[in-house]
Design a protein around this ligand. Structure first.
Ligand code: G6Q
Length: 537
């Protein structure tokens, strides 16, 4: 059955256009048009976004934009920003943009301005994080807090870890931060190994406050604390919760005064700028956290108000569709040339793949096209000494997103020049390759020529920014959030549910009692039964 996407006029034109340009080399495109770099660069929001090294022409962009219009991108953006329940399977609005909306603005949902709620929580986070940072928040034995442990998983972990690492330069170095996510007991054990319970604060971050991993780690943390402090009253000083589930927080024994709320219209993977970012705010302080929010908001405004052909997230989203659905590219590499961004690819894996790794449309029909690419990556130069081989000379086409910052936070000549030379050189080498003719001129022997030839024509985007700041981090994340939205609109899928993740939560719960009670009869398939038996013995 044909889906609506493939029946759009723009799609049909794109199919034809693809046949026309599939075999054109980037060398030729650059040769024919001396203005190409300028034509395909957007400079906005402090970001220099060069997408000229993509296998596109002006016509490609025009057709992709027509496709976006035919799929109702502009109407769908308006629906999201105005709080329509676009997450239809969960009957929820999708309003992470409200988390960074300035107090002067309003977003009215069911007759209520939710921007006020957002700022109330931000004020409470500000109050609490200041107290921890200046040593006023004391532990049960009146010692100031020195160690902060965020307990959470998925959307309640990946954002906080990534942001902490990305903004470490701006963080309070008198405080130690750890992030416990895995239900593997090694994670908790190692995180607190060198910590004194009297100086340790746990932030239990869980939207639902029912997640197996998080609740198990939270209970273990409580036992660990009480083993040392021996008084239930200590919990109030050493535990705070970030959640939407007040009852469960209370049942756990955390004083709801020490709870920071958020709302069902914030998806887990879109929540790092909600109270889930409490650890980030403690690390960098409320002012810098607000700078980060202003970066998010600024990118929201760019996305909302900029014509589609100058709109960074729109172009990014459309390019992903172009490669996945026309060139059959299976993956997309995220390659930051910044040590601080080393968890950025992992964060984006969840954002992109949990959002758009879907095989049915919003109406419930199976798709007949590829949806989300597999996202992966590592910080730049390290990758160059390992997997870049495949990107340059392997059999897969892998569009790459390169990131570089002009100014180093830790100037240490000549490091920065070397770093930036690498990021620029990689995009160049991928696009233009190394031809047989060049190798002959360099005197390379005939038998080595096939091995040393780089065909080139491998696409990449380069994002250059002045400096990694909290504000810029906010912009970069919002940029991907919106690019994911654009992709979802083109594919006609719901980017905001995660049924695949929820299945895992249920399945493990069925097997736990079977591992614990060796007498329980097993009714799985022969493989699963045998694995359980092996563990039981
Ligand atoms: C994110 C997902 C998922 C979720 C975790 C943690 O979009 O829904 O990664 O964030 O499963 O859930 P809780 O915050 O409810 O513990």
């Amino acid at each position: 059955m044909k889906t609506k996407l493939k029946e759009t006029l723009a799609w049909k034109k794109l199919e034809k256009h693809f046949n026309d340009i599939e075999n054109i080399h980037l060398r030729e495109l650059f040769f024919l048009d001396k203005e190409r770099a300028k034509k395909f660069t957007i400079r906005d929001e402090g970001i220099y976004f060069d997408f000229s090294k993509h296998r596109i022409t002006t016509e490609t962009i025009d057709l992709l934009i027509s496709l976006a219009r035919e799929r109702g991108l502009e109407e769908k953006m308006a629906a999201m920003f105005s709080g329509k329940r676009i997450n239809t399977t969960e009957n929820r609005a999708v309003l992470h943009v409200a988390l960074r909306t300035p107090i002067e603005e309003e977003i009215i949902i069911d007759g209520h301005n939710i921007v006020t709620d957002v700022h109330e929580v931000l004020d409470k986070m500000d109050w609490f994080s200041s107290k921890v940072r200046n040593g006023e928040w004391k532990g049960f034995t009146e010692k100031p807090i020195k160690n902060i442990v965020n307990i959470g998983i998925g959307g309640s972990d990946l954002g906080p870890v990534m942001a902490y690492e990305a903004l470490k330069y701006y963080s309070n170095r008198d405080l130690e931060f750890r992030f416990v996510s895995n239900v593997d007991g090694d994670d908790f054990t190692e995180a607190v190994k060198t910590f004194n319970p009297e100086e340790t604060l746990f932030i239990v971050s869980s939207k639902t406050f029912t997640t197996l991993e998080t609740m198990t780690n939270a209970h273990t943390a409580r036992k660990w604390l009480l083993a040392a402090l021996k008084d239930e009253k200590a919990v109030a000083r050493h535990f705070v919760a970030v959640s939407t589930n007040e009852k469960a927080v209370e049942a756990f024994g955390i004083d709801t005064h020490n709870m920071f709320g958020f709302w069902d219209w914030v998806g887990g993977r879109y929540s790092m700028d909600s109270a889930i970012g409490l650890s980030t705010m403690i690390a960098i302080g409320a002012e810098q956290f607000k700078d980060m929010l202003s970066g998010f908001h600024s990118m929201d405004e760019h996305f909302r108000n900029t014509p589609l052909n100058k709109n960074i997230p729109v172009i990014m989203g459309l390019l992903s569709v172009w490669y996945g659905d026309f060139f059959n590219a299976q993956t997309q590499a995220i390659l930051p040339y910044s040590r601080y961004l080393h968890r950025f690819p992992a964060y984006l894996q969840q954002l992109t793949m949990e959002s758009n790794g879907k095989h049915v449309t919003i109406e419930g029909n199976s798709v007949d096209y590829q949806t989300s690419a597999i996202y992966w990556g590592e910080p730049g130069t390290n990758g160059q000494h390992s997997f870049y081989q495949l990107i340059h000379q392997g059999t897969e086409l892998i569009p790459c997103d390169f990131f570089g910052f002009k100014t180093s936070l830790n100037p240490l000549p000549p490091h920065q020049d070397y770093l930036m030379a690498n990021v620029i050189a990689q995009g160049e080498a991928l696009a233009f390759g190394k031809t047989e003719k060049e190798l002959v001129q360099e005197g390379v022997s005939a038998e080595l020529i096939p091995h040393k030839t780089f065909e080139g024509n491998r696409p990449s985007s380069t994002f250059l920014m002045e400096k990694l700041t909290p504000q810029m981090l906010g912009k970069l994340i919002a940029m991907y959030e919106h690019s994911v939205f654009v992709q979802g609109v083109i594919w006609g899928i719901n980017s905001f549910d995660q049924m695949g993740v929820e299945l895992g939560k249920v399945l493990a719960k069925n097997i736990i009692p079977e591992l614990q009670n060796k007498e329980t009869a097993l009714n799985h398939d022969s493989s699963t039964n045998a694995l359980i038996e092996f563990y039981r013995k």
